[in-house]
Design a protein around this ligand. Structure first.
Ligand code: G4P
Length: 321
């Protein structure tokens, strides 16, 4: 795995989510619309169980609209699931969230059976921004009520609609190599977990096909049609040269070039981009699953071998006795 990411305290968060989940009707998972598959937390899927799910593809303003439509259709086709796209320019997101959640759980509502919703998301998907908008508007923050701690903040979006914030931090869980690179490119994992040059090269590998025109426009590259066939390191070198990331002697400073590419992607200067399609992501997931199954098979075989080795030793001891 190229991204070395081992966040702590996930077990504490997991326990807290399991506890909270008991009285939750709908789970909202906020995703980064630029990487809707990679920014989902696989652990959350396990914890959610059969509960209704609302996927919020946030930051749609910086994502590729066509791919967002494809992802919405993909999520909407899953059982007990709805998906909406959102961004911070929406000044009244509460109405959209309420509408979608009520559709998912039509049997809840009214003071006797308030709709209880949990909102989750890995860092950097824009959850705080959304929560601030929700709190700042009509919603009443009730985090200081007895029995409700500040980390388990509850917002009443309506008299019979309670929105609970995730207890603890839902870190990304990297199980798919390409997903790890996409998370690193987006800035969702800590800087110490990866090598910027490697992540920039992977990012260019993802961009050079579908977004060659955006790269050409931003970095003033002449041959747009040729971009998809360039080696990633040639492309990074060319970008570095065009942006003046050159050391004495004329060599391109690849570290600087990588920082430029990553910053441009994160700040959306390149243009609206989505790093993965549902089909691509499903393919990566299948490969990762097969690799994991193979790892488990090898582990089991190793343990078996060790076990039978031990039995032979025991036989020897018994014979010696
Ligand atoms: P988090 O709680 O999920 O960790 O995310 P947070 O709200 O802190 O947002 C992470 C970054 O994403 C912030 O940028 C925020 O401004 C930006 N952001 C949030 N929602 C949207 C959106 O809908 N569209 C776009 N384009 N960006 C969004 P930052 O650079 O880290 O901080 P700053 O710009 O707020 O200073």
């Amino acid at each position: 795995m190229a991204i070395n990411w081992f966040p702590g305290h996930m077990n504490v968060t997991k326990k807290a989510i399991i506890e909270r989940m008991k009285e939750i009707d709908v789970v909202i998972e906020m995703l980064d619309a630029r990487l809707p598959g990679s920014s989902a937390n696989p652990m959350l899927a396990e914890l959610t169980g059969t509960r209704k799910k609302l996927k919020v593809l946030n930051k749609q303003d910086v994502a590729d609209a066509e791919r967002t439509t494809a992802w919405l259709a993909w999520y909407n086709a899953q059982p007990d699931t709805q998906a909406i796209a959102l961004d911070a320019s929406d000044t009244a997101p509460a109405q959209r969230l309420i509408k979608a959640c009520r559709e998912l759980a039509p049997n809840r509502g009214g003071m006797a059976k308030p709709l209880r919703v949990l909102i989750c998301g890995i860092p950097n998907v824009g959850k705080s921004t959304l929560m601030n908008t929700l709190v700042g508007k009509k919603a009443a923050k009730t985090g200081d009520e007895a029995g409700i701690t500040k980390i388990e903040q509850r917002i009443n979006l309506a008299n019979d609609f309670y929105l609970f914030d995730t207890p603890g931090m839902l870190w990304p869980k990297i199980t798919i190599e390409q997903g790890g690179y996409n998370l690193a490119a987006s800035g969702a994992v800590g800087r110490n977990a990866y090598d910027e040059e490697e992540v920039a090269l992977e990012l260019l590998a993802r961009l050079k096909g579908p977004y060659a025109a955006l790269l050409a426009a931003r970095y003033k590259l002449d041959d747009v049609a040729g971009i998809p066939t360039l080696h990633d390191d040639v492309l990074l070198t060319e970008i570095g040269r065009k942006r003046g990331a050159v050391m004495s002697g004329g060599r391109v400073n690849l570290q600087k070039a990588a920082e430029i590419v990553l910053n441009d992607f994160r700040s959306a200067i390149l243009g609206p981009i989505t790093l993965e399609t549902p089909e691509e992501f499903a393919q990566w997931a299948a490969v990762a699953e097969e690799a994991e199954a193979e790892r488990q098979r090898k582990k089991a075989a190793r343990l078996n071998k060790k076990g039978s080795g031990r039995r032979h030793d025991d036989d020897d001891i018994e014979q010696a006795d």
